[in-house]
Design a protein around this ligand. Structure first.
Ligand SMILES: [Zn+2]
Length: 181
């Protein structure tokens, strides 16, 4: 199971704590490609540049009739707070498939994606998350191994003060503002 926030600190240091080149084991030094960009770790021996791309995640707001399924996180960050199921997209994996896979892993729900809710990114944060709405077509709302609790909420019951991340709040706000199909 992948978590959108646990692998990175919100503000990584410019050198990302790396010291050696993954290709030749030469020393890495911070080097800027252009003014205004962060320095990328660059190998002093072979010139390899260690680019740090954003980290892509995908999530689904699972719709069970007029209710939505949320899970309460059992791990940090956001321990005890609510989120919709989400996780990292694997390299080579379709974003939509990652969203469906993570939803099943984290909530035991099978979903059919209905529409894109939004793409959420935040200054200084490595994660970009793509959020969909999905109709629940199977499974039973339950806890994944990293969840304390799972339950369904009517839109007016959403625990706005107990959400785990800004992207959860923003995705749910955009979802609840949109008309149902
Ligand atoms: Zn090197």
């Amino acid at each position: 199971m992948h978590d959108p926030s646990s692998r990175h600190q919100p503000h990584d240091p410019p050198d990302y704590g790396l010291r050696f080149c993954p290709k030749c084991a030469g020393p890495l030094e911070g080097r800027k490609e252009a003014e205004g960009e962060p320095p990328f770790p660059t190998c002093a021996a072979c010139g390899f540049i260690y680019y740090f791309d954003p980290k892509l995640a995908a999530g689904v707001i699972p719709r069970i009739g007029d209710r939505i399924g949320l899970i309460r996180r059992g791990i940090e960050p956001g321990y005890g707070l609510w989120t919709f199921p989400a996780g990292y997209v694997n390299r080579g994996e379709k974003v939509e498939e990652a969203a469906v896979r993570e939803t099943f892993e984290e909530s035991c729900l099978v979903v059919r994606l209905e529409r894109l809710i939004g793409v959420y990114s935040y200054t200084g944060r490595p994660v970009v998350i793509v959020v969909y709405a999905g109709e629940v077509t199977g499974g039973e709302l339950g806890c994944g191994s990293e969840a304390l609790e799972a339950r369904s909420f009517a839109p007016q019951e959403i625990p706005w003060e107990e959400l785990a991340f800004p992207s959860v709040r923003d995705g749910l706000m955009d979802f609840t503002l949109e008309p149902r199909r």
